[in-house]
Design a protein around this ligand. Structure first.
Ligand SMILES: NC(=O)CC[C@H](N)C(=O)O
Length: 249
């Protein structure tokens, strides 16, 4: 199994380290032709406008769209999720290129600025069912996006409660969740799957819990690419209870 990690900008080293912990060697992707040699692709978090400019410069958009249309598994984390959405709101003036494919509208900085970054325990029933371990996952949200609309073919894997009256910054979201338990809960979507596309608004590559990576690797439908592959044992314990840093191991 050969897994590419888009290495233009952002947390690609951390994804490569997470893959390594599962016994899989990731391949750094910077040019369109390199996509021909991988079975799956991770688009990391970072800054989506910058990443889009670099992707444009390297003429990567057509190859990325083609890769998705071929049904190959693609996982976008944070800025990568924005990249994969069919529609993004809250963009910088002039907008930015999107790869698209995921039938969602993503709000680019839904939870506010960098200062409003936060961590939260997310309920992840599908992940726990497929990968074992705890029923929750520690989500690291860094100037994170959220999915505000999703089409019928999109499977929601995790959501996050917000107050119906919140202004979109995480401080007020957390404060109101604390103070006003009587309000009906509203939620935004923070992890999805649609066919060959996986999207997470948070950064699993910054934790030691490798279950999202292992879940993604199982989406790679390649003969011999299953857990028994000599390249890695995906059923290996993924430290679900441990969220220690650093991630370079
Ligand atoms: N951690 C991240 O990837 C942040 C993404 C950021 N909101 C953007 O627009 O690109």
């Amino acid at each position: 199994m050969s897994v590419g990690v888009l290495a233009l900008q952002g947390s690609f080293h951390e994804h490569l380290a997470a893959l390594r912990r599962l016994g899989v060697k990731g391949v750094e992707i910077r040019k369109p032709e390199q996509l021909e040699h991988v079975n799956a692709l991770i688009i990391p978090g970072g800054e989506s406008t910058t990443m889009a400019k670099l992707a444009e410069y390297h003429n990567l958009f057509p190859a990325l769209r083609n890769f998705i249309q071929m049904g190959k598994p693609v996982w976008g984390t944070c800025a990568g999720l924005i990249f994969l959405a069919n529609k993004a709101v809250g963009q910088k003036a002039g907008g930015q290129g999107l790869v698209g494919g995921l039938d969602c509208t993503v709000h680019r900085n839904f939870f506010g600025s960098q200062l409003q970054s936060f961590e939260a325990e997310l309920s992840v029933p599908e992940l726990a069912e497929k990968e074992g371990g705890a029923s929750s996952f520690r989500g690291i949200f860094i100037r994170a996006p959220a999915i505000v609309e999703a089409g019928p073919s999109v499977q929601v894997l995790a959501d996050y409660p917000i107050s119906p009256t919140n202004s979109r910054d995480s401080e007020s979201i957390h404060r109101e969740n604390e103070e006003d338990k009587t309000q009906p809960e509203e939620k935004v979507i923070v992890a999805v799957k649609q066919g060959n596309i996986l999207g997470t608004a948070f950064h699993p590559e910054l934790t030691a819990d490798t279950r999202w990576h292992s879940y993604f690797l199982k989406m790679v439908k390649e003969p011999g690419a299953e857990c028994s592959s000599s390249e890695g044992n995906l059923d290996a314990p993924s430290c679900p209870g441990s969220f220690d840093l650093p991630v370079y191991q």
